[in-house]
Write a protein that binds this ligand. Sequence first.
Ligand code: 4NP
Length: 157
Amino acid sequence: MKHKILFVCLGNICRSPAAEAIMRSLSVKEGRIGIEIDSAGTYAGHTGELPDPRMRRAAAARGIEMTHRARQIREEDFELFDRIVVMDDSNYERVSRLAPDRVALGKVYRFVGFCTHHPQWSYVPDPYYEGREGFELVLDILEDGCRGLLAELGTRE
Ligand code: 4NP
């Protein structure tokens, strides 16, 4: 079974493209080529942009390249993906409102639900107005959750 995962945040220039890049890197390392991964934002204002340079730098220091171009989530994504994984409560609300039916609504997951080492976080914090530590914290949370998500997908193949 091919898994299709869409990560979603607000701007699609920090958290969700980083999650996408980390998930891709992990799946390649583990030889899991049957996973399709993309990301999107609930806000269209950064459409077409590369990820935030601060996030690209922080990810590059961990050996992760980010080349995604920002796009807004659309209703069609509920047909194209089998899991839509959101970063925070605001993303959850907006994405849920876009879901055309109950089946689509059942595809929406909170990213932190896949984390095992960050129990104190009920959402992935927005690093946009933070310093360097904010980006490092987000990458730590994202690496944790991507490992958890990959492990969960593994049990269903
Ligand atoms: P992201 O971060 O949702 O993780 O991509 C943000 C990016 C842009 C803005 C806010 C958060 N913004 O206000 O433009």
